[in-house]
Ligand binder design. Structure first.
Ligand SMILES: [Zn+2]
Ligand SMILES: [Zn+2]
Length: 389
């Protein structure tokens, strides 16, 4: 019997507004959009930020396999969660069918999300109006506390603490449970309790981590967001297995997110910082988390033979040092064969011996672990790193 496996993909992880600043490329600049494929093939899309465009452009790709049904859950109507809708190409193809879920906003009334579609594409904001969208669209209103089933999967919604309202979603699949709680500010006892129930026992808890604990206590109080520290507390109280820090501030550089992640890992055992292109599989033996970088970023690779000394942190949190040979390198990163299993999204120091004008010189590089695969040599893993300076 094969294990049921669910696949969670991160298409957009940035909060508030997209960023194209090179200092943010490692975690990514697209606004919220996640995709969860349940073991029965049901496709869930969480939020419609600019990451949705990327998902749409992969729609027809070979092996992406069109899902039997697509259910799109929209947490709320702030720009960063809806701005990908007009750019989602599958909405323009008449053979597609989508089920949308969101709440009735008191500012919009009935059919809130339908109105959002029409208003976003009204003249002169967009070159064509909503009638150009030929896909079948069904809209369903959800309220905090509501739940429904699709196949063998159960979706539950709860209110979060955010200006003009926001829903958190819990999706239970036969492979595991994912709770999506973005755009939430802790501090309202009733809503905090409700979120704790929503997240109880989740395999993956995706939590708003836009601000630092200091910002949250002072000048960003009341803005409707959370911090890594609150996320770690919630994960611990809810008995969640893995915490994913999400909705990175547009002003947070990759270095700042690295530091946020490092601090969170001191508070909670299993934490990742959401990064564009990251894929988490649930229900697979060993619960492996995989992160991928888009192909173009690892292109222009060259085969090489550099002796290197690598220092880093193992999956279990221990420091290690080992000698190896780097055989595959580009200006941006390298594929390194190691006996130790480093932690995903941790830093590796790579000291390579490179021939220079004055003989062999040591080149000291800082790498960031983006993927880990079984290595070609027995007892080794192939570790993909990107160089960060
Ligand atoms: Zn947001
Ligand atoms: Zn918001």
């Amino acid at each position: 019997m094969t294990e049921p496996i669910a696949k969670l993909s991160f298409w957009g992880v940035r909060g508030s507004t997209p960023t194209v600043d090179p200092a943010t490329w490692r975690y990514g600049g697209n606004t919220p959009c996640l995709e969860l494929i349940a073991p029965d093939g049901t496709q869930f899309i969480l939020d419609c930020g600019t990451g949705l465009r990327m998902l749409g452009s992969r729609w027809a790709a070979p092996n992406s396999g069109k899902a039997p049904e697509t259910h799109i859950l929209v947490t709320h109507y702030h720009w960063d969660h809806i701005q990908g809708i007009p750019f989602f190409s599958p909405l323009y193809a008449e053979n597609n069918e989508f089920h949308f879920y969101s709440f009735r906003s008191r500012f919009l009334g009935r059919d809130s999300l339908k109105q959002v579609f029409e208003t976003q594409m009204a003249l002169p904001y967009f070159p064509v109006n909503v009638s150009a969208m030929n896909a079948k669209r069904k809209f369903k209103e959800m309220d905090g506390g509501d739940s429904f089933k699709v196949g063998k999967n159960k979706v539950t919604a709860r209110w979060l603490n955010h200006p003009q309202g926001c829903l958190g979603f819990r999706i239970e699949t036969p492979a595991g449970t994912v709770t999506y709680a973005t755009d939430n500010e802790p501090g309202d006892p009733q809503l905090d309790e409700s979120l704790l129930e929503l997240a109880a026992g989740s395999d993956i808890l995706i939590n708003d981590a836009q601000f630092t604990p200091e910002q949250l206590a002072t000048k960003r109080k009341g803005w409707g967001h959370s911090s890594w520290l609150e996320g770690a507390k919630l994960a611990r109280q809810a008995g969640a297995k893995t915490l994913v820090l999400f909705h990175h501030d547009p002003d947070s550089t990759d270095r700042m997110v690295d530091s946020i992640l490092r601090q969170a890992r001191e508070e909670f055992a299993s934490v990742y910082a959401a990064s564009e292109g990251m894929v988490i599989t649930l229900g697979a033996p060993g619960d492996r988390v995989q992160a991928h970088l888009p192909g173009t970023r690892t292109a222009l690779r060259r085969e090489a033979q550099f002796h290197a000394k690598v220092c880093g942190v193992t999956e279990g949190g221990k420091d290690f040092e080992e000698e190896t040979i780097v055989r595959d390198i580009s200006l941006q990163g390298a594929l390194i064969s190691l006996k130790h299993l480093p932690r995903l999204q941790s830093e590796l120091q790579v000291i390579m011996e490179a021939p220079g004008p004055d003989g062999v010189q040591a080149m000291n590089l800082r790498g960031y672990v983006v993927r880990i695969d079984a290595g070609p040599e027995k007892g080794h893993v192939a570790v993909g790193v990107v160089f960060t300076d």
